[in-house]
Structure formats: C-alpha cells, structure tokens
Ligand binder design. Structure first.
Ligand SMILES: [Fe+2]
Length: 300
C-alpha cells in the first residue's frame, strides 16, 4: 500500500502545540439558565484553545460537577450526542452514554474490572475509541467530580506534534506508522473479541490524526511491505518524545474542572491513585465524533 507522504507532510504543519498553555487560567463556565443563551465568548475561547493546544481546561461553578453539567457543556460546544462504543452494548447491555470512572464507586458494579473505570492503577498513553476507525472519536470530555488522596494525574502526549517531527527527521520510519496494520487494538471487555488493525497516524478530513496507544490491549505489528527496522525506529522515537516536556505533560484536573480533549490529536493516560474512602476519586467521561464549534454543523 502506498501512503501519501506529501499529504502527511502538508498536514504536519498544522498540529497542536503545548507552547504558552494557560495552565493556571481555565476557561470559566457558567451554565445557561432556562431560556438563557450560552456564554459565546467562553465557547469561542474553548474552541480556540482546543485547536491551538489540542485541549482546554474548563472550570465549572462549585457544586455543578455532575453528569448534567457535562451534557450541557457538550450541547453548548455543539459536540452532538455522546458516542457509545458498540462493544459496550454486547450481551444485551444498555450502557449509559456517560461513563463513570471511579475505582471506589464502581467496586460492586460490572465496571469493577474495567482497566480504566474500575481500577486505580495507572494508565499508559492511549486514545479513546481505538477500536473505531482512526479519527472517528474527535473529542473526549472528562469531568472531575472529586480527586483521589494521591495521584490520578492526567497525562497528555502531543502525539501528532511528535509525529510531525518524525516525518521531517525520518520519513521511512514515519510512513511505517501510517501504514494500516501497524497498530493492533484488541478488545478485552464485555466478552468482545473485536479488534482493529489500523494505522497509528493518518490524514482524515485534511487533518493529521492519531490513535497512538500503548496499553496492554494494543500492540505494534510490522505490516506487509514495511521494514521492521523502520517500524521499531519510529516506535522508539515516539517513546523518547514522550519524555520531553515540549510534547508531554502531567497535571491534576481539579474538582469541577472539565478537560475538553482533542482525542484524535493527543494521546492521554493517567497516573495511579489512592482514594480517600470517605470521598473516592470520581470522573465522568463522554466521547464525541465532532470537534467543538461556535456555529451549528450544517446539514449535508
Ligand atoms: Fe482514556
């Protein structure tokens, strides 16, 4: 298979940057009351930061960190209905569109064994929805309701920016990761044996996107026609990049803050945490197939 290297190089000029991220200035969000219009200035700033940095931290008002707040924010950002991965519906399950991530609160639920939702262990870098086609899940919303006693920091890796550098420095290695079959994701929850053997990077809708993931359910494979040396050189390069503060950061999402994440541009993960038994760490998450926008998406 021939990969369009010129197209990759063209889109590599427009990737997120972690330069000048306003870490200490989340965008304040005041939910609109009944009949009131949304804060358009706040929406514009969220969209601007999302496009520039690949993410934006939004500060809700104290006491409003619940599932309804997440739904209202998604509506204001024109993200559309949350996406529910098909494997969550297997075996007659009727999952909520909002996932609760809490080892403490999910201990006696069917999510107790889920590696993210039900455990307090760390999570390696990944993108959400890796079983779907690359670029399908554009946005993840992650709302912090309560933090752990220790740990639970969010990890962000600007995978597309690191890959853009690789395209310039070592094109054969970069093309290996753009080849379908280079990154294999296999499902492990809900009895599913589904898998997706796709590329780790691609151009979708004129944008460089990624599904760069390093969890236990992901593995690299050398696709047909690709040199193993090229692939493993690329893998090693990105792993080295993930130690560089220019493209890798860790931070703690505080209560009533929402991470609006460009899931197809950055990879993310989590450090391990311990809980306060009186108030376990609790986050809520939704997945969306759109990016935040200030204007409605026109009908096709
Ligand atoms: Fe995730």
């Amino acid at each position: 298979m021939t990969i369009d290297s010129l197209n990759l190089l063209k889109t590599a000029k427009d990737v997120p940057t972690f330069d000048a991220v306003p870490w200490d200035s989340p965008v304040a969000w005041h939910p609109a009351g009944s009949g009131a219009s949304v804060d358009l200035a706040a929406v514009r700033e969220i969209v601007r930061r999302y496009r520039r940095h690949g993410f934006c931290i939004v500060q809700l008002q104290p006491g409003t960190a619940d599932e309804q707040s997440l739904s209202s924010l998604a509506e204001a950002l024109r993200l559309g209905n949350p996406f529910v991965p098909p494997l969550y519906r297997l075996n007659g399950n009727t999952p909520s569109a909002v996932s609760r991530i809490s080892a403490g609160l999910n201990a006696s639920t069917q999510d107790a064994t889920h590696p993210s939702f039900g455990r307090s262990s760390g999570q390696r870098l990944h993108t959400d929805g890796t079983l779907q086609d690359i670029g399908q899940i554009r946005t993840t919303l992650l709302l912090c309701q309560s933090v752990g006693r220790t740990g639970g920091d969010t990890r962000l890796f600007n995978a597309t920016a690191a890959y853009a550098e690789l395209l310039t420095a070592d094109l054969p290695a970069a093309l290996a990761l753009a080849t379908p079959g280079s990154l294999v994701r296999r499902a492990t929850v809900n009895g599913s044996d589904d898998f997706n053997a796709g590329p780790a990077f691609a151009v979708v809708d004129g944008q460089l996107v990624t599904r760069y993931s390093l969890t236990d359910t992901d593995r690299w494979e050398v696709p047909s026609g690709i040199s193993a040396d090229d692939l493993w050189r690329a893998v090693a390069y990105l792993e080295r990049c993930a130690e560089d503060s220019a493209v890798y950061r860790e931070f703690r999402l505080e209560p009533a803050q929402v991470l609006v994440l460009a899931n197809a541009r950055l990879s993310h993960g989590r450090t391990a945490y311990t809980d306060d038994p009186q108030q376990p760490r609790c986050m809520f998450r939704t997945l969306h197939e759109r990016e935040p926008a200030t204007e409605p998406i026109p009908c096709p």
